[in-house]
Design a binder for this molecule. Structure first.
Ligand SMILES: [Zn+2]
Length: 147
């Protein structure tokens, strides 16, 4: 093998390079695996700064917030569109979960639990948004309608 620092040929299993002293046992830095649900890099900092409040309103107020955001943001903002889509998905999934209440006993137990879980995922989404991140909501991201 060759030293990864200076290129000197060295014997297999050597811990330190005899030429430059490079620690050869040192593991190569792991390559960061990109999160496919993290869209933060797709939006400009200015866009995030300008519209963060409206993105948050969509999560806090559901459909009412979505309408407010769409009325308030005149220009076509990819950032707002992204968060509006997340909020619409969360609202639709919540409505589907409410249908569980039709099922006696099991539905009455499952529906409130599922609604609490959804609320938690939306709260996590709100925290991400506050931090300037644009990530698809946990679990809700698995419902691929609306992208
Ligand atoms: Zn070396």
């Amino acid at each position: 093998m060759f030293c990864k620092n200076c290129g000197t040929q060295i014997n297999e299993g050597t811990t330190f390079c005899p030429n430059c002293g490079q620690n050869l046992a040192e593991p190569v830095a792991p390559v960061a695996i990109p999160d496919p649900y993290d869209h933060t890099a797709e939006f400009t900092e200015d866009e995030v700064k300008e519209y963060k409040t409206f993105a948050l309103i969509t999560y806090f107020l559901g459909f009412i917030g979505i309408i407010i955001a769409l009325l308030a943001v005149h220009e076509d903002s990819k950032y707002i569109n992204f968060h509006v889509r997340q909020s619409i998905k969360a609202t639709i999934v919540s409505m589907i979960v409410c249908l569980l209440f039709i099922i006696p006993v099991i539905g009455w137990i499952l529906a409130p639990l599922a609604l609490i879980a959804l609320a938690v995922f939306v709260i996590i989404g709100i925290v991400w948004t506050c931090q300037g991140k644009s990530k698809e909501l946990i679990l809700i991201r698995l419902f691929t309608f609306l992208g």
